[in-house]
Design a protein around this ligand. Sequence first.
Ligand code: FEO
Ligand code: CA
Ligand code: CA
Ligand code: CA
Length: 740
Amino acid sequence: MNKSPEVAAVDFNDENSNTSSNPTFDSVLAARLSRRGLLRGGVGTVGTALLGGFSVAACGGSDDAATAPEEKLLGFNAVAKSLADAVIVPAGYTASVLYALGDPLSAATGAYKNDGTDTGFEDRAGDHHDGMEWFGLSSDGKLSATATERGLLAVNHEATTDEKLSSFFMHANGGTSTLPRPASEIDKEVAAHGISVVEVKKTAGKWATVQSSPFNFRLTPLSEIEISGPARGSALMITKFSPTGTKTRGTLNNCGTGKTPWGTFLTGEENWFGYFTRSSTDDAARGNDKSVTALNRYGRAQGAASRHGWESGGSADKYARWINGKLGTSANGSDDYRNEMNGMGFIVEIDPLDKSKSAKKRTGLGRFAHESAAFGIPVVGQPLVVYMGDDARNEYMYKYVSTALWSAADANPADRMATGDKYLDNGKLYVAKYNADGSGQWIELTIANAAIANYAGYKFADQADVLVNARIAGDAVGATKMDRPEWGGVNPANGEIYQTLTNNSNRRVDPSGSSQVAPDAANPRVYTDMKGSTAQLGNPNGHLLRMKEGAAGGSATSFTWDIYLFGAESGADKGMVNISSLTADQDFSSPDGLVFSPSTGICWIQTDDGAYTDVTNCMMLAAIPGKVGDGAKKTLSYTKADGSKLDVATNVGQAPTASTLKRFLVGPVGCEITGLCETPDGKAMFVNIQHPGETTSQANIGDPAKYTSQWPTNAGYGAGKRPRSATIVITKNDGGRIGS
Ligand code: FEO
Ligand code: CA
Ligand code: CA
Ligand code: CA
């Protein structure tokens, strides 16, 4: 969810707890770009080996005439911006609803009535479909890298559409907006979070879920999950539920995803902090020890109220665990849930083909507001690399590098979770620092680093403490503050890393207060964008940057980087706002989801916007990117209030053409477009429509005419008129690949 920056009061998706004095990415970029030319590589060729039919014409510079394209990519007609309550795809394509909130996952579960009376979400699709991955199934039910008509979708269910505590579409009367809340409402809401795995199958040309599939399952915030990796058994993990600190309950606010090279699902726990509460006297109860520092740094100051009031359901342990307070008398926390938040905020690995195997929190990848987990291209004999962003204002970029070297035999192992132990439980976690000269460093977060071991802001006990409080370790080594990194992706053509940065309402030519920052090279735009009569200040439309690893590849500790694309309205000034010269067929705001197609190499960009939504609903674009350094230097000139000049130098990637960036899809009212996976032939694409109708007021429950969306019922799917998050499947009518 990404509410308009001028509207949001309490937005659990827009946290800012980084009060460290580390430089912002913007300030170092400003300094670096004052030196010309470091990124001025020529427009190079895009590798074709991995991309199959990648269009030479669309590459903008390939000189390899021998690799003739088999089909032109981005050959479709762009979809126009739209405010319709519908999913719109190009002519020649079909989008069908496949799997919506509440759909049954067992033979014994009834159809979703969609009137607020449904229960049993442990056997139904959860809400707010987000990141998603495809796992092909062979005819004998084994993992298949080539299956194209049968597979499992592993789907994140990030959150619920809520207002004043209640997930209002889930309750007949909109639910209870005051504390305490009824246990019956809480139990439904909890069970609608987490992940689902659902079998999907194409029969007679039509995709459908398999309701009775033995593969189907849910993980919810109450499912037992193992703590794995360096923090397993740490004192920080001790709770009443797990006095040995080896397990916890549930996964929560699951946002971006990843797919391991050995065939398991990775899910990122993002805005989990908002679900916990702390009393207004908890700091003193803890003796103002270092746990208070950590809790503040992770978004839970004492007195913080929880998003849903789940702690108020009664005395049972499943409600009490949401009170992240020192209530007991034990020295180690084994009699309360003072440490409960330390069990959230990880990349969690799940074997989608074997629900009997416990999911594992991979603590080696650090604890923060995780989005996606994007693997670098695996190379036999080299470590595996995972790129990750921390989506909160002013947080950091990370990568994990495995100790084990990649073995091709592990691509299809007998025990997938054991393979996860091998690659994800032993490795190094790095945080990114962006230098002014266009280079960057990956700084290892290790207790062996004196800057961490001796950090004045927090006394780290051991390496587990460093990983559990990775943000603080990042502070200690001077990591670069970023503007809300959402999804990242790795270009299969060349291994470069693409990263969305969604927007920033706090940028000003004349900043005031601690939260506002001046424009600089990486965030050079300050402008006023009108949304109706509301002035949206700062940089409302967001941008994307990219990185290229040094000569050592994924294990390099240095990299180069530039800015790929700026979001903007096409009619905005091309000098100061629409710097990428986006046309009406390309303009977008607030990039969030980003996935490279393994089939076509297309970079799919999805939006979660509140700024341009007076003109268009959220969307998805297809892009054929160039490479780091293919652009040019540019300077934006501002005049400060005191009359002095503020020149901001920046460096943008080569501007897109009609052949390299095109809008492919626009969603229904109030939605976010997120999550994307494909069959291996690229001919069926699965995309999630998250929270249509989110802009509905809870007070209007019971009056469908006042729901801002009635999708997907208005698309002929399912009962009732309440809007539902859902997975759609997109196919091309001529049977071709999606995006061709
Ligand atoms: Fe769940 Fe930052 O998106
Ligand atoms: Ca506008
Ligand atoms: Ca997101
Ligand atoms: Ca977002």
